[in-house]
Design a protein around this ligand. Structure first.
Ligand code: SF4
Ligand code: SF4
Length: 235
């Protein structure tokens, strides 16, 4: 399958990946997804460390990793990505909502001065944010299909809405769904948690707070919470 774009021409989508740093789980997930999408996308993995690093205007720029505000070079680089006219996608919880980097306090080697990590939407306008630690490689193809088709399904709207959010975690799920008594007990949040931080007790999820890595996956998977975030930021 090829994507019909640009005046009806059948073309491949140009997709660049820029990794700001992290555990590389998102990079591996993207690589695994893109291997299966070579007939529909031209995928370029841009290495920041390279001297000739440059990102042209692309159909999509996928950014992984949180932005360290103490790293002025990367902040400037991220700003330039936001200004080059491409659609910007925050891929993975660190880029989307901060994720586990929210626990960073500085002092660690090799960059002890790096203490303030934020989701990338603190620095640039983001069009879509896909939380997950990492997101499943199987998530990317339906996302790109939905993006190309321009149909505003719940599936793509949730990513558009989360692009406006700066933090999302199991705490928010408890506050917005359980404590509001709108949980339907489906268990989707428990199944989606990558760290076993949610357990069903009495038909409702309970948070094991010390295990929550603030990835936000449970929130976007919850049918109730996802509707809340869409309503709050898109309608
Ligand atoms: S409860 Fe689990 S899925 Fe939800 S934010 Fe915490 S670690 Fe992520
Ligand atoms: S996914 Fe949402 S509705 Fe389903 S059990 Fe979890 S909190 Fe309740």
């Amino acid at each position: 399958m090829r994507y019909p774009l640009r005046g009806g021409d059948i073309i491949k989508l140009n997709v660049a990946h820029v990794d700001l740093g992290g555990c590389e789980g998102c990079s591996v997930a993207l690589l695994r997804a893109m291997i299966k999408m070579q007939d529909t996308c031209n995928f370029k993995d841009k290495m920041i460390a390279r001297d000739d690093f440059k990102v042209e205007k692309e159909d999509l720029i996928i950014v992984s990793g949180a932005i360290c505000l103490n790293d002025t070079e990367k902040v400037e680089l991220l700003k330039s990505l936001g200004e080059n006219g491409s659609v910007l996608v925050a891929f993975g919880s660190c880029a989307a909502v901060g994720g586990i980097t929210r626990y960073c306090r500085g002092g660690q080697q090799p960059k002890p001065e790096h203490m303030t990590f934020q989701p990338i939407n603190v620095v640039v306008d983001v069009d879509y944010a896909i939380p997950g630690c990492p997101p499943s490689p199987r998530m990317l193809k339906p996302f790109i299909d939905a993006f190309v088709s321009k149909k505003q399904s719940n599936f793509i709207q949730i990513f558009k809405a989360v692009a406006k959010v700066r933090k999302l975690s199991g705490f928010d799920l408890i506050d917005d769904v359980i404590l509001q008594n709108i949980c339907v007990g489906c268990g989707a949040c428990v199944l989606s948690c990558p760290n076993g931080a949610l357990q069903m007790i009495g038909g409702k999820p309970d948070l094991i707070v010390e295990k929550c890595i603030r990835c936000g996956t449970c929130y976007v998977r919850c049918p109730r919470a996802s509707q809340l975030v869409i309503r709050r930021y898109l309608k």
